[in-house]
Design a protein around this ligand. Structure first.
Ligand SMILES: Cc1cc2nc3c(=O)[nH]c(=O)nc-3n(C[C@H](O)[C@H](O)[C@H](O)COP(=O)(O)O)c2cc1C
Ligand code: SF4
Ligand code: SF4
Length: 436
């Protein structure tokens, strides 16, 4: 059986699945049941500074996007950091860590962007015996308007400064949690590294308005007829998160900086994809909020089974394996030529592929042949774009077939060249023409 035990910035956990800082990690009652269910670690719900506890709204704090089967695809929230007393949280963290020494206990923190505020809270956290801290530079709502969360995460200089304060003060590993609400994720990651961060974690939630009530015209979730933007997470944000993880993983300036991958992870497969793109472990929030703590059983069993089937013995056999295959568009092989092929035995003749290709692609799929409904690809027109595959309701009914070297592409009339050739050397590229 594959070994999925994990060491992330020196912190050991029996598997790479941590619960992200959020309601599932808000109190000892939750975290203990999460550990019983099998989670490898938790990032405790973000603690703020000492003083009167944070105030949340008393009405709806969530909005959602669903698929046609009512499966939750995206979750939006306007919740703030913990609204429980700082010392109550610290006491519970200490008790839970003492009871569960083999699980990772990370404490998420967000205090005002002042040296004393950061340096003051760290000894209190250290005293709990926690394994590490996560700096919450990510929350895009509520706290950011007070100069915290993503207000810090959007300014690389602030990230570097606060990270440095923390590294100067604590022996604990410092994980910097990044906001996706920024134009280029490499800059905040580089700043975290420059400040001495042991790792980055990403993504926090995406700024969003999830829907508008068309009876009273209030953005949802609606509080007495008004709404404010929230943070979006769940399966819908996974592609955004994967890209950002890949960007950091392949950036020469941050190469080797450990990454904790977060964003829409719902299955073992999602997790494996994050690991393959360079994440050293993963964090989960929405999936636990939707399906409960026991979802980790499927995640661990699924990951082990997949690794066994592929002969991967440890997570190191998987982590970062896809990173070298992420490249810029200009380096993609223009001599890789494919055509769609429809399996007539499984086709249910719904016609969706025809409509999609006819109206928005390349008019390359028939609809009527000899007076009968018949859907077949016209190779002379097919550019291999893959749209039909994605709209077909029958899995694997349409496949993309690569033309072998030497075959003639009937669309262009040209023989397929076996040589790799990309845009940088293409005759239509103005910079190639200029160089000649
Ligand atoms: C209700 C809610 C509250 C959250 N609170 C925090 C928080 O206090 N601190 C934090 O760093 N992230 C917080 N997050 C963000 C999550 O930790 C996580 O980064 C995000 O939800 C993406 O992961 P997911 O797609 O698995 O949910 C919160 C998310 C939700 C849904
Ligand atoms: S791959 Fe694109 S062009 Fe070819 S048949 Fe499908 S939709 Fe049409
Ligand atoms: S979308 Fe799929 S099932 Fe429907 S006609 Fe096209 S190939 Fe057949």
């Amino acid at each position: 059986m594959a070994d999925i035990s994990n060491t992330f910035v020196g912190i050991k956990s029996p598997n790479p699945f941590w619960l992200a800082s959020a309601p599932p990690t808000d109190k000892a009652y939750n975290v203990e049941r999460a550990f019983e269910a099998g989670w490898g670690g938790v990032v405790w719900k973000t603690l703020g500074e000492e003083g009167p506890p944070i105030v949340n709204v008393n009405g709806p704090r969530y909005g959602a996007i669903w698929g046609a089967d009512r499966r939750l695809l995206g979750l939006n929230n306007i919740e703030l950091i913990t609204d429980r007393d700082l010392y109550l949280n610290l006491r519970e963290i200490k008790e839970v860590k003492a009871k569960w020494p083999d699980r990772a206990m990370i404490v998420s923190l967000m205090v005002p962007c002042e040296e004393q505020a950061w340096k003051g809270i760290l000894p209190l956290v250290e005293e709990t015996g926690a394994d590490g801290i996560e700096l919450n530079f990510g929350c895009p709502h509520g706290m950011s308007e007070r100069g915290m969360g993503s207000a810090v995460g959007q300014v690389p200089e602030y990230i570097e400064m606060v990270t440095r304060w923390c590294k100067q003060t604590t022996r604990m590993p410092v994980i910097v949690k990044l906001t996706p609400n920024i134009s280029d994720i490499r800059y905040p990651a580089r700043a975290a590294k420059a400040g001495g961060a042991d790792a980055v974690s990403l993504i926090n939630t995406v700024s969003s308005i999830v829907s508008v009530n068309l009876d009273d015209f209030s953005p949802e979730p609606s509080i007495d007829g008004k709404g404010s933007h929230g943070g979006y997470c769940g399966p819908a944000v996974k592609p955004i998160a994967l890209n950002m993880v890949a960007e950091i993983s392949r950036d020469e300036e941050t190469a080797g900086l450990p990454i904790s991958g977060i964003g829409g992870i719902t299955t073992w497969r999602d997790a494996a994809e994050f690991l393959a793109l360079g994440a050293g472990n993963v964090q989960v929030c929405t999936a636990a909020m939707t399906y409960g703590f026991k979802i980790v059983e499927e995640m661990t069993a699924g990951l082990e089974a997949w690794m066994d089937s592929k002969g991967h013995k440890t997570l190191d056999d998987v982590i970062g394996r896809a990173t070298p295959n992420v490249t810029d568009w200009q380096y993609l092989n223009l001599n890789f030529i494919t055509k769609a092929k429809i399996n007539q035995d499984t086709c249910i003749k719904c016609g969706r592929c025809h409509i999609a290709c006819e109206d928005t692609s390349h008019q390359a799929i028939t609809s009527m042949v000899d007076g009968a409904r018949h859907f077949e690809v016209i190779d002379e027109e097919c550019v291999g774009c893959n749209l039909c595959v994605n709209v077909c309701p029958v899995e694997n009914c349409i496949t993309m077939e690569q033309l072998p070297a030497g075959a003639v592409d009937t669309r262009t009339g040209k023989k397929v060249d076996k040589k790799y050739a990309n845009w940088t050397e293409h005759p239509n590229n103005p910079s190639v023409v200029a160089a000649e």
